[in-house]
Design a protein around this ligand. Structure first.
Ligand code: SAH
Length: 390
């Protein structure tokens, strides 16, 4: 048994249940422990704390998998864990598409598995879990008999773990352009070239939240990616919908998604930089009944968080200015670096600068297949707000 020992004077975070152990919290590690090995973590006085994967190259030295001293970490263990994740999703009502495994929030640090009906996309973002890829694939084959499994490990964060970026088939090759159903609508998803794992499953409940406010409305969407919110808006009875994204390939697929649902007459997409376009349209006095914004994170690190705050403030200000009095702003933020309270403050500042009064319609977060674990702040990352702009 390989062991790592905690320092005496550290914060109670790990003892209280958080799965991460930082380099400066560890006193000693068995010299035989290799990067990626599962080691047993003990307290400074030798009491069992948990078992997790070790990596000397990462600032997060240890990521805990279990607090059970008897658990045997082998192929069967991962199969049981993935089966447990699936039964939880089924309990919540998921049948076709869901995030099947959401890393730390499911007790399998840095493993992401998205289920698109019969197709699966996986990311192994730490060395400790990357090693178990064959076991994870075997588990998926056994539980689901999938039509295909694809790896989207083309993610820079892997380099912090000493891992290379890569993508490709983990099953027999298959056509990576697939179609999924969501809220009764169909969407093209490109598992190979799409952003992240191909599709943003975390907004699926929020897309339904626009149902009533878009009826007969003239809608502008920005940061649309493949147009999911906008196609929903047209489906829910918007008079016209225009969507903007900076990525030409996203816009192409968004237009294809509108056509796929027979909504191309009312819903179209254009390639544009939303910051520029919203600014100039505001100056020209253009207006819409509903403006929807779903910008990217703007920053990946705490050091440059001000950049994200400025970006969110700016785009929400510009969006709000385009909303007709009595219309609605639908706005999201997907980075865990901006906590919910700060996000709401940013919107408040934007409203003040725009000299508009806002009334909250709903405030929501990510869908339940991306669990929020209390005590692990970074599992709550998505903020979704609808306000009436008066
Ligand atoms: N609403 C989408 C997800 C949006 S992801 C969904 O639910 O599927 C954020 C999108 O913002 C990406 O597609 C990215 O291409 C786009 N983007 C980033 N910067 C942009 C900019 N300056 N102007 C317009 N789009 C931008």
């Amino acid at each position: 048994m390989l062991t790592a020992k905690l320092r005496r004077k550290i914060s109670p975070r790990v003892i209280n249940g958080h799965p991460w152990v930082f380099a400066n919290e560890i006193d000693t590690v068995d010299s035989a422990a290799q990067d990626g090995d599962v080691v047993t973590l003990v307290s400074h006085d030798g009491r069992f704390v948990g078992q997790g994967y070790y990596n000397s190259q990462s600032q997060i030295r240890l990521r805990l998998l279990t607090r059970d001293s008897k658990a045997v970490i082998n192929e069967e263990y991962f199969q049981d864990q993935i089966a447990r994740c699936w039964s939880y999703r089924k309990q919540l009502g998921y049948t076709e598409n869901c995030r099947l495994v959401f890393g730390e929030a499911d007790g399998i640090p840095q493993l992401i598995i998205d289920k698109f009906n019969d197709h699966f996309v996986i990311q192994t973002l730490a060395l400790g879990i990357d090693r178990w890829k064959p076991a994870i694939v075997a588990a998926l084959e056994k539980i689901f008999q999938p039509k295909g499994i694809y790896e989207r490990n083309d993610v820079p964060v892997r380099e912090l773990e000493g891992l290379s970026q890569q993508k490709g088939f983990l099953s027999a090759p298959f056509d990576t352009s697939i179609k999924i159903q969501e809220n009764g609508l169909s969407f093209h998803v490109d598992l190979d070239k799409g952003q992240k794992t191909g599709y943003f499953l975390d907004q699926q409940d929020n897309r339904r939240a626009i149902q009533h406010i878009v009826r007969d409305a003239e809608v502008l969407g920005a940061f649309t990616y493949t147009g999911t919110f906008e196609v929903h808006a047209a489906h829910y009875g918007a008079r016209s919908v225009l969507g903007l994204d900076i990525s030409a390939s996203a816009v192409e697929m968004a237009n294809a998604n509108a056509a796929l649902n027979g909504l191309a007459d009312r819903c179209r997409f254009e390639t544009a930089n939303a910051f520029d376009v919203l600014k100039s349209w505001g100056k020209e006095g253009k207006s819409y009944d509903v403006v929807m914004l779903d910008p990217p994170a703007f920053t990946k690190s705490r050091e440059t968080i001000q950049k994200a705050i400025t970006g969110y403030k700016e785009i929400n200000l510009r969006g709000m200015k385009l909303v007709r009095p009595g219309g609605f702003l639908v706005t999201s933020s997907c980075t865990n670096l901006i906590q919910p309270e700060l996000f709401l403050q940013i919107i408040e500042m934007a409203a003040k600068d725009a000299r508009r009064k806002i009334r909250q319609v709903t405030y929501q977060t990510q869908s339940a297949d991306h669990p929020i674990v209390w005590g692990q702040e970074n599992t709550q990352y998505l903020k979704f707000l609808i306000v009436q702009v008066q």
